[in-house]
Ligand binder design. Structure first.
Ligand SMILES: *[C@@H]1O[C@H](CO)[C@@H](O)[C@H](O)[C@H]1NC(C)=O
Ligand SMILES: *[C@@H]1O[C@H](CO)[C@@H](O)[C@H](O)[C@H]1NC(C)=O
Ligand SMILES: *[C@@H]1O[C@H](CO)[C@@H](O)[C@H](O)[C@H]1NC(C)=O
Ligand SMILES: *[C@@H]1O[C@H](CO)[C@@H](O)[C@H](O)[C@H]1NC(C)=O
Length: 309
């Protein structure tokens, strides 16, 4: 997951290099940027954001090549930046990418102002002190393809409204304090021909309940739900071919490991260790190592050293 975040940030930086031209941005966008700077207390981070520099050249800012609109704002890696994500971001109406990453002193909630950014495709708020709920208004950002809210202090349940997003194919809200169940219809509108498989990373929260039966109809590529408080009979779990990584370790799963799941030929990483599973492992399990299955109640058979009686 860390690798994914780094890749995204690098991609954002690369995009900035590719599209930033030496020109002045749209006047409304410029006013919004200056309001953001002011709301954060005119910090050193935005030292380049002055009338002496063309605003498409300002640090963290990306303009569109053909229009003068600001399409990307990526604020990252500054332990000195304090305050909350300013409402003034709503003034950047053409934004496609918004990143607040590795800002340990940025706190407060995800502001409702973000709901106005209806062109937003990529929303990354990660490694910050941002708290409060994962707002249900994110379900109104119809262009969203990727939502990364990992490594924050978010609480409450995952809003079912996210299921309505037609282009969303990746959700990472790992390492927060989420509670409640997984919403059933997540990724139900995903067009895999266009967007590839879905990935869902929610490790290290306090999610409860089971994996909704509807997920059996979703083309998942990665599902990481490790270190939660999930409690369900795994025997009934069914997943589609195409899943390459499934980590359910450190939960309270019971029942047995289904042959359908262990037998998925796409599955490369599989981990159900540290649960309460029991019974004989299916034949497909033998291609993984014993550490994929250890620390359960009474699993037996290869690759575990415990023979079944
Ligand atoms: C953060 O503040 C410290 C102390 O004022 C300073 O030395 C450092 O350069 C600042 N870092 C950034 C990224 O502005
Ligand atoms: C999960 O809940 C338990 C019990 O309420 C609590 O001790 C723990 O800190 C919580 N973990 C997270 C990641 O929120
Ligand atoms: C999915 O996307 C492909 C490629 O863009 C398109 O041809 C197809 O009609 C789409 N399917 C649905 C159900 O929208
Ligand atoms: C599965 O997860 C456990 C617990 O985090 C870890 O110790 C183990 O190495 C993992 N197994 C594999 C095969 O990655």
């Amino acid at each position: 997951m860390r690798a994914m975040v780094v890749v995204l940030v690098l991609a954002a930086a690369g995009a900035a290099a590719a599209t930033t031209k030496k020109k002045e941005c749209n006047a409304g966008d410029k006013a919004a940027l200056l309001a953001i700077k002011k709301a954060l207390g005119d910090p050193y981070h935005f030292a380049s954001w002055t009338p002496d520099n063309l605003c498409c050249e300002w640090y963290d800012v990306t303009c569109d090549d053909t229009t003068d609109r600001v399409v990307g704002l990526s604020v990252f890696q500054d332990a000195n930046l304090t305050g909350t994500i300013p409402d003034a971001v709503a003034g950047l109406t053409h934004l496609r990418t918004l990143t607040w990453h590795h800002l340990p002193q940025i706190s407060g909630p995800i502001p409702p102002a973000i709901a106005k950014l209806n062109r937003l495709s990529l929303l990354i708020i990660s490694w910050t002190a941002v708290s409060g709920p994962v707002p249900s208004f994110l379900g109104g950002l119809k262009s969203l393809t990727l939502l990364d809210l990992s490594f924050n202090s978010l609480t409450g349940a995952i809003p079912p409204s996210l299921a309505a997003l037609p282009f969303l194919s990746g959700i990472d809200i790992s390492r927060n304090r989420l509670t409640g169940p997984l919403p059933p219809a997540l990724f139900s509108k995903l067009n895999t021909t266009q967007q590839g498989g879905a990935y869902l990373r929610l490790s290290r929260n306090n999610l409860t309940g089971g994996i909704p039966a509807e997920y059996g109809g979703v083309a998942f590529e990665v599902m990481d739900l490790s270190r939660n408080a999930l409690s369900f009979d795994m025997t009934g779990l069914r997943l589609q071919e195409g899943v390459s990584s499934l980590d359910l370790s450190h939960n309270m799963l019971y029942g047995g490991v289904p042959a359908q799941v262990a037998g998925l030929s796409s599955l490369q990483d599989f981990n159900v260790s540290y649960n309460h599973l029991c019974g004989e492992l299916p034949a497909g399990a033998a291609r993984f190592d014993q550490y994929s299955f250890f620390h359960n109640k009474c699993l037996c058979g290869p690759p575990l050293p415990t023979p079944c009686n």
